[in-house]
Each structure stands twice: as structure tokens, then as C-alpha cells.
Design a protein around this ligand. Sequence first.
Ligand code: GDP
Ligand code: MG
Length: 158
Amino acid sequence: EGVDTVIAGRPNVGKSTLMNLLAGCEKSIVTSYAGTTRDVVEDTVLLGGIPLRLADTAGLRDTSDPVEQLGVLRSRSRVEAAQLVLAVFDSSEPLREEDQQFIEMLGDTPAIAVINKNDLQSRIDNSYIQSKFKQIVYISALQGSGLKELQNAVQQVL
Ligand code: GDP
Ligand code: MG
């Protein structure tokens, strides 16, 4: 039961911090090291009354670490099978090649651009994001802000 929802994006954008915020507890390990999340971490949450089966996934990147590679493979197949993707980006940095590759792999899957770290100075290319996503929300998973906007976007997409 619930909408199969995958939290995805390149490493370090705050996917696991968002997972924990939505789950209301420390489900996923959060560190400043890229490549922290490897296994898929799941939980069912209610967002604006809608049950979401959330999956927090390994950050998408090329890596020589064999364990992380397996995590990235799982992450990609989750994205491909998802009913909804929360596509997370770091607003404090310009988009990277890995962000662009991730956007291209989304195809027709319903997705919401979740621009995280909104508490920091913005350096992201907003016009590029706007050209790729119909739904865009700005949040700070660290501070817990923007959840209402995310809730509205989920209601609109589904
Ligand atoms: P993931 O690799 O995408 O799962 O990212 P994490 O959730 O592990 O977070 C990576 C780093 O970014 C950690 O040091 C977090 O504390 C930090 N971080 C996550 N969300 C925010 C945010 O909204 N604002 C700021 N300033 N830092 C954040
Ligand atoms: Mg993580």
C-alpha cells in the first residue's frame, strides 16, 4: 500500500536528511561523506494524507568502490520502477554532470524537483531546472522547512 516513491539524486544533496525528516526519525545515516548511503532504506509515511512508500537510495555517481557500485545499481533500478521520484538537488552548488545525467534518466516518470539546502546561498541554475521539471519545491531538510510546498506538489502530481 502507498505510492512507490524514490528519493534520488547525486551524492551529498541531502536525500537521507529528507528521508529522516519525512520519517520523523533517524532511519538513514547522514554524514558529509559522499557515498554514505548504499542499501535502500525504506519507510511508509503520510504526506498530506497520502501514504508514500519512501525509498532513500545511494547517490548516483560513477565510483570505483565496489560496494557503492552495487548501491548505485539498486538506486537506478528503483528510479526506473518508481511511481514518483523526489529528485533532490543542492541549491548551494551549480549543477554537476551527475545531476544532469540523473535528470536525463528520469524520462516520463512523474518527478518533483526538490531543491534542498535552501538555508544556504543559492548557486544552482534555476532556469535549467525549470526547463526540465513542472513541479519544483525549495526546502531545507536540515531546518525542516518547505514540507508544506512538497506536500502540495505531491498532491498535484498524483
Ligand atoms: P545524501 O548523500 O544525499 O543522502 O545527503 P545527506 O542527507 O547524507 O547529507 C549530506 C550533507 O549535507 C550532510 O552533511 C547534511 O547535514 C547536509 N545537509 C543535508 N540537508 C541540508 C540542508 O537542508 N541544508 C544544509 N545546509 N545542509 C544539509
Ligand atoms: Mg544518503
